[in-house]
Design a protein around this ligand. Structure first.
Ligand SMILES: O=C(O)C[C@H](O)C(=O)O
Ligand code: SF4
Length: 515
């Protein structure tokens, strides 16, 4: 097993930086379906551009490493203790090489371990089998999509769909609802794994197990095959679209599994995965630990550019009325009041990162720099130091903004912040504050960590490093950072609009389908 650690390192780097072919095919199909010129089509262009940049730079597709989870099947007699040690070392090495963001945080103190090792991190699950080789699979499932997982206990009353009973049709309603409730916050278009039955723990386990199925496979269980096909056809009628901007594709894959339950419980568990569906696998020689074969990589290379060009020629150009505006901090209230939902904003100059720890901190403490007229970016980047000891940005997409909803409005008013960039939108409290104070919310493309890292020309400094790399306040000079106004200072919110219209669309799925 002398090669095992090296093989695990390769698996980690490949999973973090290269999307598997089955996932690429699903994204390409979505791209072909969207009408050229719409916000959804432009977002998908950014996403595919980002995938190619990650290939080229061998850098993380998304900055969020998630909770690395390994599933390993071993022949009888394999030494699992040694394998676990090797995996932990490979994780620490990949973190040091900035292929993973330090993501393991003490739940009580908030301390980041810095190497992705800690109690419960990474997750490593072994199973013995009768084959003579090792099957090792890894998923890096990020936090934003993990937060959109949902578990239903049937019977239940579901918003938009009414009563969901303890039968196949009730399960259908839960799955449709799970896609609706995620909106764009888990970086749609997403993939879902569904677990029917079990208890609260084994139900979720099964749902996550489903994310290890290939996107293109066909369910051998006839009922579940029909259910999967139904969901794929109909969830895309919800109109949530890429990033929740509206559009034709909301869901890229649906895999359903079933296990027995006990009479009193009936759980339907849904694991939501963003488009940045980073899961790969390898077959290993059980003697040497050497890689024999990569999994999920069957088929031709996926050429996003060629296929999308052909598709664009075939579909109608639907130019939405977009206005382009360039902003550079410090920004005045007047400039902000001119912006409307739908405007595309290009930012040059300074922006400052701030996510969960910073927002909590700023409620009761002064800011480390003058934030008047400035731009806050909800982002926890992957950072490295160059040969001269200067910080460089390796990956820097937005994080889910709604977590800052309790603080955002107050902080904008307290410090005079004029613009906030994130993803997934914010709620009524922030919308009211934007109106009162003269602020704007800009939605960047979630997961496009390479795309945004390329706009970041210089790290001018960092404060509050005691919160760890992802949570610190980084002061970054950007050039050509593009995002869309989705909440303006006139009380308009694209997120509120899409949520309302998708709820109306959800109601068409109220009537029984599976009798
Ligand atoms: O932690 C992050 O950087 C992003 C997170 O995965 C999210 O989707 O909010
Ligand atoms: S930012 Fe989006 S793409 Fe990245 S892990 Fe979070 S949900 Fe996934």
């Amino acid at each position: 097993m002398e090669k095992f650690q090296e093989s695990m390192y390769k698996l980690i780097v490949e999973t973090s930086t290269k999307l598997p072919k089955d996932v690429r095919r699903a994204i390409l199909a979505a791209k072909i379906k969207e009408n050229a010129g719409t916000r959804a089509a432009m977002s998908l262009d950014t996403i595919t551009d980002n995938i190619l940049k990650a290939d080229e730079n061998v850098s993380p597709i998304c900055q969020d490493t998630g909770l690395p989870t390994f599933k390993i099947k071993v022949p009888v007699g394999a030494n699992q203790i040694k394998m676990k040690k090797a995996i932990r070392q490979a994780i620490a090495d990949a973190t040091k090489d900035t292929k993973l963001r330090p993501n393991s945080v003490d739940s009580i103190t908030g301390d980041n371990s810095g190497d992705n090792l800690g109690d419960g991190t990474p997750v490593i699950k072994f199973e013995q089998w009768e084959e003579d080789y090792i099957d090792a699979r890894l998923i890096l499932k990020g936090g934003g999509c993990e937060n959109k997982n949902i578990q239903y206990s049937l019977p239940a009353e579901l918003e938009g769909l009414g009563r969901a009973g303890r039968d196949l049709d009730g399960i259908r309603k839960c799955i449709m609802h799970s896609v609706y409730q995620a909106q764009g916050q888990g970086c749609s278009a997403g993939f879902i794994g569904v677990g029917i039955g079990g208890d609260r723990t084994s139900g979720y386990e099964l749902a996550k197990e489903m994310l290890f199925r290939s996107v293109d496979d066909v369910n051998p269980n006839e009922n579940l095959r029909k259910l999967e096909e139904y969901v794929m056809e109909n969830a895309n009628k919800l109109g949530i679209g890429t990033m929740g901007f509206g559009g034709e594709t909301t869901l890229l894959g649906c895999k359903v599994g079933v296990i027995n339950r006990i009479p009193a419980s009936f759980f339907v568990s849904v694991a939501y995965n963003c488009w940045a569906y980073r899961r790969l696998g390898v077959k290993l020689n059980a003697e040497t630990g050497e890689i024999q074969e990569w999994l999920y990589q069957e088929g031709e290379e996926v050429d996003f550019n060629k296929a999308a060009e052909e598709a664009a020629a075939a579909v109608e150009q639907q130019e939405e009325k977009t206005r382009s505006v360039t902003l550079e901090a410090p920004i005045t209230e007047e400039q902000i009041r001119e912006l409307k939902v739908g405007d595309v904003v290009t930012i040059n100059g300074m922006m400052h990162t701030g996510r969960d720890a910073i927002h909590k901190h700023l409620m009761d403490n002064p800011a480390p720099i003058d934030l008047n007229g400035q731009i806050i970016y909800h982002c926890g980047p992957v950072m490295a130091k160059d040969a001269d000891g200067n910080w460089v940005v390796k990956a820097a997409g937005p994080t889910t903004s709604i977590r800052e909803e309790p603080y955002q409005g107050d902080i904008m008013k307290k410090f005079g912040i004029r613009a906030v960039i994130g993803k997934g939108g914010m709620g009524p409290k922030t919308l009211a504050a934007l109106k009162e104070h003269g602020g704007v919310y800009l939605n960047a493309i979630g997961g496009a960590a390479q795309y945004y890292a390329e706009c970041m020309e210089k790290v001018e400094g960092v404060d509050l490093m005691e919160f760890g790399v992802p949570e610190a306040m980084w002061h970054i000079r950007v050039n050509g950072f593009t995002a869309v106004v989705t909440m303006d200072s006139h009380g308009n919110s694209l997120h509120e609009h899409v949520e309302k219209s998708s709820l109306q669309k959800l109601e068409q799925f109220k009537d029984p389908v599976f009798k």
